[in-house]
Design a protein around this ligand. Structure first.
Ligand code: MEV
Length: 313
């Protein structure tokens, strides 16, 4: 073979970000409106071409360090010689949509495709986990799990995850603040608060446990097709995420704007401090109204995703 292809989706966390780092459950789904493709072919030197960098892998900027490490690891185990890696992505980078995990998934798949070797899910996740440790510091693994699959998942750190039936008759609006999210520092700051908990007026761990409980309640609401109850869990989750300092002004503005425009629930999604927010509505028409309000209030892009199994068929 002289060319290898690999693909991955963006992802959206419906419930449980940050708390998932501490072993609480989270619900996420692959967001197929945004995808990433990696193409790998033999070359005369190791090169990387993506939208904002074209050059030698060695000299790639710091933000691409996780890719560099991943390729070094793959090459060490399977020395195939110099390669050109081309990345084509519609996943906005650093917006809580899992672009760093998705790029690692796509590259690993493309590499094995070029080798013409089968790649098990466990092997794939192990490679991606390693790359994510560099990108994120302390990844729970949810981004790797969600971006590599085709189904929503109910995820707990370190446990085998099962596909999850996200069959609720509702629509989800996703809006991009246009501000780079800061998953790494947000995760680090929460960890610092957990460490210093005894000195804080408001302890942090009870909030994290409550976020986990809200994810369980959201799961139940979904299985019973109770849209308002699901929305309530999202709204409460946002209050805790804000207290954990992982929201920011524009996210708060968009969340309020979504509720004012008729959304039943709204919260940030992913690492926070920028990135994306999500809002829940009953109908597609209501979702369209919410999108307009979000764009008026500063969102740079919006998407509408119907929930329910039909979406993933
Ligand atoms: C990032 O998409 C989700 C976080 O919970 C971090 C992680 O789980 O690795 C913030």
């Amino acid at each position: 073979k002289n060319i290898g292809y690999g693909k991955a989706n963006g992802k959206i966390i419906l419930m449980g970000e940050h708390a998932v780092v501490y072993g609480e459950p989270a619900i996420a789904f692959p967001f197929s409106a945004t995808t990433i493709t990696a193409t790998i072919r033999p070359s005369d030197s190791f090169r990387l071409h993506c939208s904002y960098y074209k050059g030698s892998l060695e000299k790639a900027p710091f933000t691409l360090k996780s890719i560099k490490t991943l390729v070094q690891q793959l090459e060490k185990e399977y020395p195939i010689g110099p390669i050109l890696i081309e990345i084509d992505s519609t996943i906005p980078a650093e917006r809580g949509m899992g672009s760093s995990a998705a790029v690692a998934v796509a590259i690993t798949r493309a590499f094995f495709d070029l080798l013409d070797k089968p790649l098990s899910q466990e092997e794939l996740l192990a490679y991606v986990e390693h790359a994510e440790q560099i990108a994120h510091g302390n990844p729970s693994g949810i981004d790797a799990a969600a971006t590599s699959g085709n189904n929503p998942i109910y995820f707990r750190r370190g446990q085998p995850f099962t596909p999850f039936d996200l069959n609720v008759e509702a629509f989800l609006v996703v809006a991009d603040t246009g501000i780079k999210g800061q998953t790494r520092t947000a995760v680090k700051d929460v960890a610092y608060a957990v460490e210093m908990e005894h000195e804080l007026v408001e302890p942090v761990m009870p909030r994290i446990h409550r976020l986990g409980q809200l994810t369980r309640e959201a799961k139940e609401a979904i299985s019973q097709n109770q849209v308002q109850k699901l929305a309530d869990t999202m709204n409460e989750a946002q209050t805790h995420l804000k207290e954990l300092t992982v929201s920011n002004d524009l996210l708060d503005t968009l969340i309020h704007a979504a509720i004012d425009a008729g959304a039943l629930g709204a919260k940030l999604t992913g690492g926070g401090r920028g990135g994306c927010m999500i809002a829940l509505t009953n109908t597609k028409e209501e979702a369209q109204v919410v999108c307009k309000a979000l764009e008026k209030n500063g969102a740079v892009a919006t998407w509408i995703q119907g929930l329910g199994v039909h979406t993933y068929a």
